[in-house]
Design a protein around this ligand. Structure first.
Ligand code: NAG
Ligand code: NAG
Ligand code: NAG
Ligand code: NAG
Ligand code: NAG
Ligand code: NAG
Length: 329
């Protein structure tokens, strides 16, 4: 027998004896994943994680096509009682980590996640994770998407998140976050993320520094924010969506200049006074407007999209007049 055929015979036999030799999966990654599964008491959602099979074929994970290292772990819509196990930090090639719609997932955001320097997407949403938004997230400098929405997170928002230069979206909405919006959120360098902070208990003034950011989307609705928000607007911006509804904001709308790019504007349930500026009729793409429940007065400007909105988008103000209300006297 030639050396080559001996070698292939050996290879063939070894395949039969130990299927793991044919695994694409990195043995360290496999070991870590099996420990992770065990820490969670072998939940049904991870039933496909069979030690006898290639972990690159398991559900909820994917391997990089060239290195075969585990690069994503995404678990969603299932029963996963317990906390995120620390083993998650031992998958050094992870770029995507997602826990979504897992009502029985509790405990803090696992500190070992700080080790995952290659993470680009971190999404822990619709779970019962609690505790603070940890400061260490700002060390994950490759993050482009951070979503921690619909959890039970409390405490204040770490200002250090503004150090994430590649962040395209920051979702911290629907938690129990308190304190004020960090001043540093007016100093994002690199990409300026879409900012979702709604449905929390944020209070105090919106930092004026946010006025120097050209956000595409900013949603601060359903908090306890007070004072001015006029600096979020401005003709030199390309903002599309602004939602500051259901806060305690109090400023004069009369002199505000709206970005031409605006598509959605929700100001409802505040204490905004003055009148609706006529310049708003020049916004060609304005598809949603709600200024109800404020203290606005004077004529609803005629033109643009303004008459395409109904009664409920304008009602409960001090003295707005003109269509869809009675004509001004
Ligand atoms: C958190 O747990 C409660 C019950 O303990 C459940 O009603 C709620 O839906 C859970 N929250 C989420 C976001 O899954
Ligand atoms: C970000 O990811 C690149 C590769 O995608 C990697 O080379 C780099 O080390 C990562 N950044 C950090 C801070 O680890
Ligand atoms: C949510 O967090 C609060 C503390 O902020 C805690 O008392 C409560 O038990 C948590 N709920 C769940 C379902 O973890
Ligand atoms: C818009 O102009 C204001 C001053 O008028 C300035 O402070 C702000 O940085 C400008 N914003 C952008 C996005 O250029
Ligand atoms: C709002 O600003 C306009 C324009 O400067 C001014 O005429 C008006 O008096 C102000 N309204 C109130 C209630 O201060
Ligand atoms: C505008 O907001 C008010 C107050 O929340 C609400 O009652 C109304 O239905 C809203 N209108 C539209 C079209 O969303």
């Amino acid at each position: 027998m030639s050396n080559t055929s001996l070698l292939s015979l050996f290879f063939f036999l070894s395949l039969c004896i130990s299927p793991s030799l044919s695994d694409l999966c990195n043995p360290n990654d496999k070991k870590v994943l099996l420990k992770f599964k065990k820490s969670l008491n072998n939940p049904y959602v991870l039933a496909s994680w069979n030690p006898k099979t290639d972990c690159c074929d398991w559900y909820c994970v994917t391997c990089d096509l060239t290195t075969n290292r585990i690069n994503s772990l995404t678990i969603f819509a299932g029963d996963l009682p317990g906390q995120i196990p620390p083993e998650v930090g031992d998958l050094p090639y992870l770029e995507t980590l997602m826990f979504h719609k897992l009502p029985s997932l509790t405990g803090p955001i696992q500190p070992a996640i700080a080790k995952l320097k290659n993470l680009k997407t971190l999404r822990i949403s619709w779970t019962n994770i609690s505790g603070p938004v940890p400061d260490f997230i700002s060390q994950l400098t490759n993050l482009t998407f951070l979503e921690l929405s619909f959890n039970n997170l409390s405490g204040t928002i770490p200002g250090s998140l503004s150090k994430l230069q590649k962040l395209g979206a920051l979702h911290l909405d629907r938690n129990k976050l308190t304190g004020s919006i960090p001043e540093s959120f007016g100093t994002f360098t690199g990409s300026i993320p879409d900012l979702y902070l709604s449905h929390n208990q944020l209070s105090g003034k919106i930092p004026a520094s946010l006025g120097s950011m050209d956000f595409n989307t900013i949603d601060l609705s359903r908090n306890k924010l007070e004072g001015d928000a006029s600096f979020l607007f401005g003709l030199n911006k390309t903002t599309q969506r602004i939602d500051v509804s259901r806060n305690l904001l109090e400023f004069n709308l009369s002199k505000v200049e709206f970005p031409e790019s605006l598509t959605n504007l929700d100001l409802n349930h505040n204490k905004i006074f003055g009148s609706i500026p006529a310049q708003i009729t020049s916004l060609e793409n304005l598809g949603f407007l709600n200024v109800s429940y404020n203290r606005l007065c004077g004529p609803i400007p005629v033109g643009g999209k303004l008459q395409s909105f109904g009664y409920t988008e304008y009602f409960h103000n001090r003295c707005l007049c003109g269509a869809p209300f009675e004509s001004c006297k």
